[in-house]
Ligand binder design. Structure first.
Ligand SMILES: Cc1ncc(COP(=O)(O)O)c(C=O)c1O
Length: 408
């Protein structure tokens, strides 16, 4: 067992116990992370003693809330190496990608233009582009994967043409854990005049981010995978791009001046935040980032890597188990056991207080590529430790006994 294979943080997370007070081996952080008490407390305070609206009130509590909401934006910007005017709060990564498709995409793309995606994308980074394609006639190309499940950037290089206006790729695959060399993808996209959108949902909780060094044009992620609340996410976009993007949803807070003859719009990022925003969620996201930073993403990444290495080693040693994705997967291990449907495995594991994800993981084209309808997926978080891997392996051994699997 590696020294680093625990950060001793389980006690910070009330969600890691079952209703009966037993240890819950939560291995579905890739879907959504459990919340530390500091985040729950921040949210409760914001909904309770601190609560008021933002941006409109002339009374003190509202002014304080506005400061707290904007401080959350500054905190996000600092966390990802961006600037606050480049940070738009959305409902999540899905909404952020739809926003880009329906503002920048509608304004900039048309017949004859092309978008490059990859085989491993989450449906959130496929369907918004298909919907855009139906409206404006843009074509979609799909970059293949390497044998070990990475986006094949050599193939992408040979596919890219001056017709490509957008490359949209996952930073970390939610199924395979494979990591993208974002800088290389950005250089390649820019060399043909295309923009790069990065889906950072699985990367933001695992990798240190620096928008300047990555040099992408759009970056999106969801707070709930970063130990924060649901209902809020981030669209980061380069200022010059954001400033030129037309508004998306219309309503309060996104305007400069409204008359029945003509309405003018606020500057970015407010232009993209119509209506009363997710105030309490933004404040809780701030607390989540503080918490993650107090531990350090390098430590978190090291812990998850140690757990991935051990789990992959143990699974690979079983001759009826297929392990998907590269050896250096970031925090995520997808696998299949011969003759055992992932849903059956998930159900049997649940009886032993082990929670994994079983299904297509919102990545059906990737399932088709892997030749399966579903996989079992264990995904780690900063609270994971060796005991979770032990419990998973015991549950797998039990499942294989039940199903009469043969290997050692
Ligand atoms: C890689 C990836 N992209 C996009 C999403 C969508 O995130 P959300 O549902 O929070 O908008 C997810 C969530 O599972 C994901 O893992």
């Amino acid at each position: 067992m590696s020294e680093a294979a625990t950060l001793l943080r389980k006690a910070d997370f009330p969600g890691l116990l079952t209703a009966g007070g037993e240890v819950w081996h939560y291995l579905d952080t890739g879907a959504t992370a459990q919340k530390p008490q500091v985040v729950i407390d921040a949210m409760a305070r914001a909904l309770g003693s601190d609560y008021a609206t933002v941006h409109r009130g002339v009374y003190g509590r509202s002014a304080d809330m506005t400061l707290a909401y904007e401080a959350a934006r500054q905190r996000v910007a600092a966390f990802i190496g961006g600037r606050e005017e480049e940070v738009v709060f959305t409902r999540g990564a899905t909404e952020a990608i739809n926003l880009v498709a329906q503002t920048w995409g509608l304004a900039q793309l048309g017949e004859g233009d092309r978008i490059l995606l990859s085989t491993l994308e989450h449906h959130s980074n496929i369907v918004p582009w298909q919907m855009l394609a139906e409206r404006v006639g843009v074509a979609i190309d799909v970059c293949r994967l390497t044998d070990d499940g990475r986006i094949d950037l050599d193939a992408a290089q040979s596919m890219l043409t001056e017709r490509h206006k957008l490359v949209a790729l996952a930073h970390v695959s939610n199924v395979l854990g494979s990591r993208l060399d974002v800088r290389r993808a950005a250089d390649m996209a820019h060399s043909v005049g295309a923009k790069l959108l990065v889906d950072g949902c699985q990367a933001a909780p695992r990798l240190t981010l620096d928008m300047v060094a990555l040099d992408c044009d759009f970056y999106v992620f969801s707070a709930h995978k970063l130990y924060g609340p649901t209902g809020i996410g981030v669209l980061w976009a380069r200022s010059d791009i954001l400033d030129a993007m037309p508004p998306w949803q219309g309503g309060g807070a996104m305007i400069d001046r409204v008359t029945f003859e003509k309405t003018t719009y606020a500057s970015a990022p407010q232009r993209f935040e119509a209506g009363t925003p997710a105030i309490t969620e933004a404040i809780a996201l701030h607390a989540a980032i503080d918490y993650v930073d107090s531990i350090g993403l390098d430590q978190i990444h090291q812990l998850e890597t140690d757990l991935v290495v051990r789990l992959r080693r143990e699974l690979t040693a079983m001759n009826d188990v297929t392990v998907f994705g590269p050896a250096d997967s970031a925090g995520i291990v997808s696998f299949a056991i011969d003759g055992v449907h992932p849903h059956d495995l998930g159900t049997i594991l649940d009886e032993a207080n082990v929670a994994i994800r079983a299904g297509h993981h919102c990545a059906q084209p990737l399932m088709d590529h892997l030749g399966v309808s579903a996989t079992a997926r264990a995904s780690f978080g900063l609270y994971s430790d060796e005991s979770d891997v032990d419990a998973l392996l015991e549950g797998i051994a039990r499942t294989r006994r039940i199903f009469g699997s043969v290997s050692a």
